[in-house]
Design a protein around this ligand. Structure first.
Ligand code: PLP
Length: 431
């Protein structure tokens, strides 16, 4: 059992709340987490939640802190899979959600939409580069990728997609066909259309070959492979894909579910490469931790869906849910007002330097506040994750071999807390 004096560190920007260093009051996991985990095992499909000996149940969050059911306080260095980019219980997001829920919690998104759906779509139109101003809203990142796959087929009439080894685009059956890892695909192989051709990430010549074989409607790429191990696209690669897509009449789809909405220091990570995709999938940080996603596309392409006949061809009951839209809208406003793109760039570059110092420059990669440190093997990485949790720091490993320590903290995380986290991870990794 460890106890530490709390240290209060303020985040920048109005409306922010304090972040504190970890404060552990029980062994980890504590008795309440253990008891809940036994209950969960009786009611949830066993494949869903990992019943290892580190499972803690979250009770509440504040800024970059998580409190578990045993009263232990952690720092989340992942922003909950990269989604809680404004941290937890941001007072303005809570207020936006509560106000909208009290006013109108549900609408008929594709028949009688809420006004706030329009306001969110207009905000996306304003912040996204180029003419990526026509969008389809949805709930998960996987949904946004499904919208992209359908749009590509609708526009080009060609079903094949070029995607990349190490790529992750979600687990819905359409998106799954473009997700590379065998672990996810193999059990459902009989259900996959297998219209995706995978090529090595960074290999433009292989992409050209795949396009030359014909029938390719789209190239689907992550500017930084997130779940693939925080692997950034090599210099010039996205521009080459843009040129190849144009040459062969295919669409360039950027999956920015992880990288987008400020995580790498821009609204879109593609922008740092000077590349404008035809379609972009957004999720995670778009809703500041609330489930909303979007596919945004060039007007000229999105119009090729044609007008709704009254029976929308691609929709869902909760499309444009007013509470999710209100929170996403407020998230975008706060990111702009509090200059969090700039903060992600500045803090990210210092984080990178510190990680390079701690783990060696050759092991560190990513950009903005989406960084990874590659450890020698999965066993070491797993040990760092487990021991870090036992000291109150939440991190995970990514990559097919599971040996990349991923750091995707809330964009508002307090610097001192972050540096303390890096020191802790480095110390654990060394021992
Ligand atoms: C790049 C990318 N695309 C799509 C997804 C799927 O998003 P979701 O889990 O919300 O369906 C993820 C999730 O990690 C992702 O990283």
């Amino acid at each position: 059992m460890r106890a530490r004096p709390p240290e209060l560190v303020r985040c920048p920007g109005p409306g922010s709340v304090k972040t504190e260093l970890p404060d552990l009051r029980t062994e980890i996991p504590g008795p309440r987490s253990r008891a809940l985990s036994e209950r969960l095992a009786r009611v949830e499909c066993p494949e869903v939640t990992f019943q290892g000996d580190s499972m803690i149940f979250w009770e509440r969050g504040a800024a970059s802190n998580i409190f578990d059911v045993d009263g232990n306080r952690y720092v989340d260095l992942l922003a909950g899979f990269g989604a809680a980019s404004l941290g937890y219980a941001h007072p303005e997001l809570s207020e936006a959600a509560a106000r909208q829920a009290e006013t109108l919690q549900h609408a008929m998104g594709d028949v009688y939409p809420a006004r706030v759906k329009l306001e969110l779509l207009e905000a996306l139109d304003r912040i996204l580069p180029g003419d990526l101003g026509y969008a389809i809203l949805s709930q998960s990142g996987s949904d946004a990728v499904e919208s992209a796959i359908k749009t590509a087929l609708r526009v080009t009439g060609r079903a094949r997609i070029v995607a990349f080894e190490g790529g992750y685009h979600g687990l819905g059956l359409g998106a799954l066909d473009t997700t590379h890892r065998a672990f996810f695909r193999d059990p459902f192989a009989a259900r996959l259309p297998r219209t995706t051709q995978f090529v090595a990430y960074g290999d433009a010549a292989a992409v050209r070959q795949a396009l030359a074989a014909g029938e390719v409607g789209a190239i689907l790429v992550e500017p930084i492979q997130g779940r693939g191990g925080i692997r950034p696209a090599p210099e010039g690669f996205l521009a080459e894909l843009r040129a190849l897509a144009d040459e062969y009449g295919a669409l360039l789809i950027a999956d920015e579910v992880y990288t987008g909405m400020g995580r790498t220091g821009d609204w879109l990570a593609c922008s740092a490469h000077g590349v404008l995709p035809d379609l972009v999938a957004l999720g995670k940080g778009l809703g500041g931790g609330f489930p909303i996603s979007a596919l945004a596309g060039r007007a000229e392409l999105m119009k090729q869906w044609g007008a709704s006949s009254g029976e929308a061809l691609h929709t869902s009951t909760h499309l444009g849910n007013p509470v999710m839209c209100a929170v996403a809208l407020r998230t975008l406003e706060i990111i702009e007002r509090d200059q969090l793109l700039e903060r992600a760039r500045g803090l990210g570059s210092e984080l990178r330097q510190r990680l390079e110092h701690a783990f060696g420059p050759e092991c560190v990669r990513g950009s903005g506040l989406m960084l990874g440190a590659e450890l020698p093997d999965a066993a070491r990485a797993e040990r760092v994750v487990t021991e870090a949790l036992r000291e109150g720091w939440i991190v995970l490993c990514e990559g097919e071999r599971g040996c990349v320590l991923a750091l995707t903290p809330p964009l508002v995380i307090a610097e001192k807390v972050l540096w303390s986290g890096v020191d802790t991870l480095a110390r654990i990794a060394r021992t």
